[in-house]
Design a protein around this ligand. Sequence first.
Ligand code: FAD
Ligand code: NAI
Length: 462
Amino acid sequence: MSEYDVIVIGSGPGGYVCAIRCAQLGLKTAIVEGRETLGGTCLNVGCIPSKALLHASHMYHEATHNFTKMGLMGKSPSVDFKTMQEYKSGVIAQNTSGVEFLMKKNKIDWLKGWGKITAKGEVTVGKDVHKAKNIVIASGSEPSSLPGIEIDEKVVVTSTGALELPKVPKSMVVIGAGVIGLEMGSVYARLGTEVTVVEFLDHITPGMDAEVAKTLQRTLKKQGLNFVLGAAVQSVDAKKTKATVNYKLRKDESDASIDADVVLVATGRKPFMDNLGFDGLGGELTERGQIKTDDQWRTNVDGIFAIGDVIEGPMLAHKAEDEGMAVAEVIAGKHGHVNYGVIPGVIYTTPEVASVGKTQEELKDEGVDFKVGKFTFMGNGRAKAVFQGEGFVKLLVDAKTDRILGCHLIGPSAGDLIHEICVAMEFGASAQDVAMTCHAHPTFSEAMREAALACGDGAIHA
Ligand code: FAD
Ligand code: NAI
């Protein structure tokens, strides 16, 4: 039997970051992981593999659509999907082995296997019982399907199966126009699949700025994705190599169906707690089945904390990481803090979409008096040079104080550009602060400054 200050259950971005920070703060730490490799959903079957396939398919799209426009002539590349999958696996391996290296470097024990909390302060892995003063649950999430749909990860797949298809399908129906549906739908549409996205709501990407969502849908449509909106999927009839998706159009209750080689069910994810033992100790959950915590990530069971996808909040890797660091600080007797008002969200389509803070719709509902500063990438020389002038930046600021309340953009490198506004918001900055900051030319970031200028006397290139 071994004894630790902290045992972290789960090695995703929440768990492994927490373990590293615990070790850095001088706590004797172990991490429990049941998968073959460390890194959780994010590194193994989430963020990292999806971004590898997005990158490869984007390169293919550029080569087949934009190269000749720039005078780059020659035979167009063709897709060798097996090699593309090998590239993706290589990227995963580099990252998961990187986390393993970090565990060793920080002297964190990897307890291999599925962990169960068998008593307060006790985690059992296989036959081994380990004691810990503190336990951090970072067990993550798993895909949630719909009633009447059976997943076989071959014809009817979740994101996990969609990342591992043996070949590029001729046709694909994506159920759900959320982040996974649009990212994976983009990958396959670029590789030549006829992709149809079926969404329950009348718009894509729920919760996102409505104008950004419309622009994204229009751009994806141009890239070949088809959309059926306002359609509630009822069932999927799967055969060996095909499936039929049956749905009801909400506007007139009419029934319709659509056939495809592969159906991707991307209707959200749910917390994962199988055989964890938390319920056996009287562990409290929220109404939505997440582990309930206070503002210091303590559960109702003494000495047990929880972070990441298994608790409330956006299911994002960086949110899990921030909580991982903060909970380690709390355990070490320091002050751990996460500013939930400044957590960026990014969709890695082309163009990328990014947002932080309040949306225009939320501010209206809350009765806040705000100003909008907007700037389109058409006025940004660099964006036009890379065929990405279609998007825009929208900055939302308090009408009286000019303080930045939110930012929503669609355009080149949006996922990187948003952090300028995250930092500004952390410092309580005004649009004028951003507008008065010199931005290098020619960069995409000039569009951020122009949006800030548009909150005052006006953008220059509008
Ligand atoms: P997870 O990463 O889910 O890790 C939990 C780990 O705990 C797992 O490895 C699991 O095996 C292990 N575990 C669970 N129970 C036990 C147990 N009892 N014993 C031992 N081990 C256990 N987020 C982003 O921010 N950006 C993105 O681009 C992005 N892309 C995504 C793409 C896809 C296809 C998917 C599915 C998700 C994506 N996400 C993205 C979401 C992101 O992956 C999650 O928010 C993040 O992984 C959550 O981290 P976590 O540490 O809470 O849990
Ligand atoms: P999601 O919650 O983003 O989207 C699910 C979509 O399915 C919604 O639009 C919903 O209206 C729709 N839907 C639900 N029931 C339906 C039905 N019966 N018929 C038709 N449509 C239906 O969930 P998604 O895309 O599965 O992603 C899960 C999580 O993973 C997200 O919370 C996200 O944060 C995370 N993720 C993040 C990424 C990123 O940061 N880039 C990338 C991929 C995933």
